[in-house]
Ligand binder design. Sequence first.
Ligand code: FNR
Length: 388
Amino acid sequence: MTDFGSYQNEIYGAGLRGIVPKVPVDYATLVKRAEAAMPPFVLPYVQGGCGDEWTQDRNAEAFHHWGMVPRMMVDCTTRDLSTELFGHTYHSPIFMSPIGVTGICTQDGHGDIAAAQASAATGVPMMVSTLGNDTLEDVAQHLGSTPGFFQLYTPRDRDLAESLVRRAETAGYRAIVVTLDTWITGWRPRDLNTGNFPQLRGHVLVNYTADPVFRRLLGKDPATAPMETIALWSRLFGHVMTWDDLAWLKSITSLPIVLKGICHPDDAWRGVDLGADAIFCSNHGGRQANGGIAAIDLLPDVVAACGDTPVLFDSGIRSGSDVVKALALGARAVGVGRPFAYGLALDGAAGAAHVLKCVLAEADLMMAVNGMPTLADVRAAGAQRIAL
Ligand code: FNR
């Protein structure tokens, strides 16, 4: 039981002393401030999506055509937002989605560590991307008592993939989140117009350059061969995961496997059938394919296909009310993506923690006002599709 909503009392209390939040509490103002603060080699990469960004925009807008009906005369003085995943109870139902450029969202280049510190401070678990500016081992050191998950971009070389997975196990991560939709980069006009792809400039490759298999394949010290390092990374990135690969992935780890990027109920069902421990309904925030349909609109069918297997969700979460709607539509846990990256850019670990606390506070207060003291109540209430 955690009173996330009391964060607003802290904010109002500080206001009495003339102090207003350093980082905005709402997404629109957060983005405006981040736009002014983030350098040109980071901002378009974080902000941009695929094609004309129709899907990316729909992801967030579609939450407006889902609504919930309040219930009254229910004792909601305390709320329980805890959720269970892989045998562990998390006190909040949100997590930090993997963002490969977290490292360069802070000016010191250690945004991955700052994000981990935000995770430790809030208890919101972090999915640590394969793409990082600090090693997955170093990041794990800063997660405190909050469990973390490792997101795998499966390399074409199986020894390298196994090495990354082993390292994640040894570092104490609690699940392998394998991203299926990004073996190739989607068409991203903002990045193309500026000719900017951070990895090709040598950013966020530290998990590779620190890896014994990668170093063996490179045959020299990456520090002395930056261009060869980038070329090798580029050759090795992006194995196309197929259903046949799932048995192999399961054979190399005892950690739970989460399939990220599932949008079709048949894929969800097949993943569950082949032994995935969780299905992650996500369209990568509209960065990969510009197909039109918002991820939240796809969630109910994915949930229906998964039976008791947990479904995680992200893409378009901008507020606590978005979180509650996704939970009402059946998500077991909900990923916050871009908002925490902007928080990081504005005030490092404290900024990211603030963003997460705001999302949790709004979710908690929405449940309080709506007469839904537990996530089971939220799920039972459901959300209705509104004709706009
Ligand atoms: C991502 N995402 C992502 N996903 C992943 O599995 N591994 C990664 O390294 C990244 N990197 C990444 C970078 C940036 C800049 C963004 C914005 C996103 C996708 C991410 O996990 C998540 O699915 C989306 O961010 C969800 O969309 P919204 O809610 O952030 O718009």
